[in-house]
Design a protein around this ligand. Structure first.
Ligand SMILES: [Mn+2]
Length: 298
């Protein structure tokens, strides 16, 4: 039988068809965007990321020659959410995440990371956090919404879900209130602004991240708006001056050996995307993560 062309592969992440029971890492979509403060549409993120990922399933990773398809990873479908109900949706996300030992979540807006971190902390205790974003996401509330997408790490720090001294934020550049910045720094969080990546390079950024994250468990939360709007137009709250796709990729590739225990990629809003640029970038972040975690723990 002739091989199936890329565009006709099953509509799962990397066209995976492995049963969930045979996997140690599970991919779930979280089609949820009630926490968005500006342009909505991240509810369509999981589908778009899965479609774009089919570009990545026809070979080995050229950095370490891992074939992510041979890893024990399954695309297990989407989490259930409560339509129109942010509080109940976050509760449901936490409940479902608790039964997944190593979760790879396709968002969804960034509010989904708080319930996931609650589940992660229940399993691992407070974890280190590798956070790519244009925004610090440590606002006490998001324009009046207490659990919106600008606040997951404010709550995660206050709830003791992450170790702020083992938290590094890369790509930060949005306007923000100075007190929000100072509060974040005062908790011990390391902020690597996008400009530092541009001026000092990807190797220096990766070195700082590695020093902060150390040898304990690490969760990766990748907000696609860490990338410049030129590289990720399909997102709700774009900010100019961001990372190029290659910079994020190059930083990630330098972080082999960290003890990754889960990840999410969030804020892909396909209605604002062009030519799948954003969805492909997000799919590639997950693919890089899979290749990375094949090297190390988790
Ligand atoms: Mn964010």
């Amino acid at each position: 039988m002739a091989p199936t062309p890329t565009f006709a592969l099953p509509p799962t992440f990397l066209a995976l068809e492995r049963p969930a029971a045979d996997a140690t890492k599970h991919i779930y979509g979280v089609p949820f965007d009630l926490g968005t403060s500006n342009r909505a549409g991240a509810r369509f993120g999981p589908t778009a990321i899965r479609m774009a990922s089919r570009m990545l399933c026809d070979g080995h990773h050229p950095g370490n020659w891992v074939d992510p398809l041979v890893l024990a990873v399954a695309d297990a479908g989407d989490f259930t959410i409560a339509l129109g109900d942010l509080t109940e949706s976050l509760r449901l996300i936490e409940e479902q995440a608790r039964s997944v030992p190593h979760l790879i979540a396709l968002g969804g807006d960034h509010s989904i990371t708080l319930p996931i971190l609650r589940a992660v902390a229940a399993r691992h205790g407070p974890v280190g956090l590798l956070h790519f974003d244009a925004h610090v996401d440590t606002w006490p509330d998001s324009i009046g919404q207490r659990y919106g997408h600008g606040s997951p790490f404010y709550h995660a720090i206050n709830e003791g879900l992450i170790e702020p001294k083992r938290m590094v934020q890369i790509g930060i550049r949005s306007p923000m209130q100075r007190e929000v910045y100072e509060w974040t720094r005062s908790r011990g969080v390391t902020i690597v602004p996008a400009l530092s990546v541009h001026e000092e390079g990807v190797a220096a950024a990766a070195e700082r991240a590695r020093a902060v994250l150390g040898s304990g468990p690490v969760y990766l939360s990748f907000d696609i708006d860490a990338l410049d709007p030129a590289f990720a137009p399909g997102t709700g709250t774009p900010e100019v001056g961001g990372l190029a796709s290659w910079q994020a990729q190059a930083i990630l590739r330098r972080l082999a050996g960290l003890a990754f225990i889960g990840m999410d990629v969030v804020e892909v809003a396909p209605p604002y995307d062009v030519a799948e640029i954003t969805a492909l970038a997000a799919a590639t972040v997950v693919w890089e993560y899979l290749a990375l975690s094949a090297d190390g723990a988790g």
